[in-house]
Design a binder for this molecule. Structure first.
Ligand code: NAP
Length: 550
């Protein structure tokens, strides 16, 4: 621990303290992953220092404060659960909004002594492994230096936002706002002419949330999405009490589900031999129910078999045509790629928004942006004027937040070079030549509901560290062979999925196709959270054969 009171100047780039702080572990990030891991390591007797760029806890839930922001995971599975008080945390709706998720994380950070462990408002800029000392030296943009045996990342999947360099953006006199950095004081859009660029999970939540009070909303769409309503009912006291009383059942469902949702693993049926009317009847009832039930509780074969998948595609295409009154707008909103090739979003009233007289849609495939002008945006068909441009263009996920930090392992090896062709890891947790660097939900871990994933992986990482300390090991590092085996598994699972590989054609983040110049690779473990969890169990029970603890 540092020996002198810190001098917090508050300014980025200004050294806060001349002291080097020494702890057992540094954890980067104060979202679900970071907060849980700080707690778990403290429970195992380590001294821990958390570092977070935001001024407070929350991770994505701190930065993404845009109107309409909420999770599309049912609330019973969108929480930390390591203490009964967290299980009993009361959300008001089935799909909690950003403010409530942030309150949940605040509650966890304050109740369990986690917040005090953090340095906030500073970004880690470098992390270097010192081989002689088996220690990491971690430096922030405010000049703080922390030395630790373990460098543990909880950087999140959606923390490195994409900010396209639109030609002429500097000429634009209006305001450009990023959904990933929405003004904390709010933004009054009433009566404004607003452009919204991007129709991913973020854009499809934003559009219906702001359309009722802006003067004009013009949505700029590159690739259309399949948008399912969430319906988002209020949670009654009786439903909440029932969930709490029955939480072991919820845990069991989440544990055994591929994306960590509280659904049964199997629906017990496929589309084979089922007539179209029956398929439609099932899908219609799931549309009414809302959310990811549409994908996971209808038929087992829709994410495996393209013909089965085409039934979902056809159903949503017909829905769009039936909701959107203008057939030209409906046609532009209608996707035709396999359902799930891009992460499908949910939103209430999204398609209905295009029936409003103040809402317009520009399809960038037919009418691309030429440049920003002083007054607005010029596409091939002409110039439109805007007071505000909202940019909701997504994230350089998985490896993006790592690339931003200068991470050096053995012999000064740069992680960016090791990952130049896409991520290379063992279990999505560790990397050969980067001893004692452990990732909680790093690249190659499952693309799944994160709160249960944070606890599952964070606990596993904390147990690995505790084992190494018990055994007196200075370093924990995966073998090259284990890493190669894992990489081959990721590749084979990815190639076997026709839905996932279709993502290459539609800019899917799961294959790096949403970022210009990013290596096309499989960035996540695709056999599901349940299969991943079994891999973690097997590794632990066998005494960590894929690692060297020396
Ligand atoms: P996204 O899904 O990647 O969507 C980004 C959008 O911006 C896409 O429509 C994309 O078009 C467009 N775009 C990107 N670059 C562009 C450019 N230069 N010009 C014009 N359009 C451009 O990003 P997101 O909506 O922020 O969501 C990212 C992830 O965050 C989601 O997959 C999800 O995991 C998470 N998220 C979850 C929730 C939720 O739980 N409800 C809400 C928000 C976000 P293309 O499709 O053609 O690339």
């Amino acid at each position: 621990m540092s020996t002198r009171a810190d001098v917090d100047t508050g300014a980025a780039g200004t050294p806060e303290t001349a002291e080097v702080e020494t702890v057992d572990a540094v954890v980067v990030g104060a979202g679900f992953c970071g907060l849980y891991t700080v707690w778990a390591l403290q429970q195992r007797g380590l001294t821990v220092r958390g570092i977070e760029a935001a001024p407070t806890v929350g991770g994505v839930w701190y930065w993404n404060r845009y109107p309409g922001a909420r999770t599309d995971t049912p609330q019973e599975a969108y929480r930390l659960t390591f203490d009964q008080r967290l299980v009993e945390w009361r959300y008001s709706r089935k799909y909690p909004e950003q403010r409530e998720v942030l309150q949940h994380l605040d509650f966890a950070a304050d109740t369990f002594g986690i917040r005090d462990r953090y340095h906030f408002s500073q970004r880690v800029v470098s992390a270097r492994f010192d081989e002689a000392e088996s220690r990491w030296t971690i430096t922030t943009d405010r000049g703080r230096v922390v030395r630790a045996q373990y460098f543990i990342t909880g950087l999140g999947l959606a923390s490195e936002s994409i900010r396209p360099a639109f030609p002429g953006a500097g000429d634009y006199r209006g305001r450009i706002v990023y959904s990933t950095d929405w003004p904390e004081e709010g933004l009054d859009l009433a009566g404004q002419r607003v452009a919204l660029i991007g129709v991913g999970s973020t854009g499809v939540q934003l559009a219906p949330a702001i359309a009722p009070f802006v003067r004009e909303l013009t949505v700029f769409q590159r690739t259309p999405n399949y948008v399912i309503p969430s319906q988002n009912p209020l949670i009654s006291d009786a439903e909440h009490d029932e969930m709490v009383a029955d939480y072991e059942r919820v845990r069991g469902l989440v544990r055994s589900h591929p994306v960590g949702f509280p659904f049964e693993l199997s629906t017990g049926r496929t589309t084979a031999g089922v007539d179209r009317e029956e398929v439609d009847r099932v899908l219609e009832s799931l549309w009414e129910r809302g959310g990811f039930a549409f994908l996971y509780t209808g038929f087992d074969d829709v994410l495996i078999d393209l013909e089965a998948n085409a039934l979902l595609v056809d159903f949503v295409q017909r829905k769009i045509r039936s909701i959107v009154q203008d057939p030209d707008v409906a046609a532009r909103l209608t996707p035709s790629y396999p359902y799930g090739a891009k992460r499908p979003p949910t939103s209430d009233g999204y398609y209905e928004t295009y029936n409003r007289p103040n809402v317009d849609l520009v399809s960038l495939r037919e009418d691309p942006i030429v440049r920003f002008t002083e007054r607005g945006i010029e596409t091939q068909s002409g110039e439109r004027e805007f007071d505000v441009v909202i940019v909701a263009t997504g994230f350089d996920s998985a490896t993006g937040p790592f690339n931003r930090i200068d991470i050096r392992g053995r012999g000064g090896a740069a992680l960016t070079e090791h990952w130049a062709g896409g991520p290379s890891t063992y279990l999505g947790i560790a990397v050969h030549d980067f001893p004692n660097m452990l990732m909680v939900a790093g690249p190659h871990s499952p693309f799944a509901n994160l709160p249960p994933g944070a606890e599952r992986i964070g606990r596993w990482v904390a147990d690995l560290v505790a084992t190494a300390r018990r055994e007196g090991a200075a370093t924990v590092e995966p073998t090259r062979e284990a890493e190669q085996r894992w990489n081959a598994r990721i590749q084979a699972d990815g190639e076997a999925s026709p839905i996932l590989t279709a993502g290459l054609e539609v800019n899917s983040a799961a294959v790096g196709a949403n970022v210009a110049g990013k290596a096309r690779a499989f960035y996540f473990f695709n056999a599901g959270m349940h299969a991943y969890s079994a891999e973690l169990d097997a590794e632990e029970q066998a005494g960590y054969p894929g690692f060297r603890l020396v």
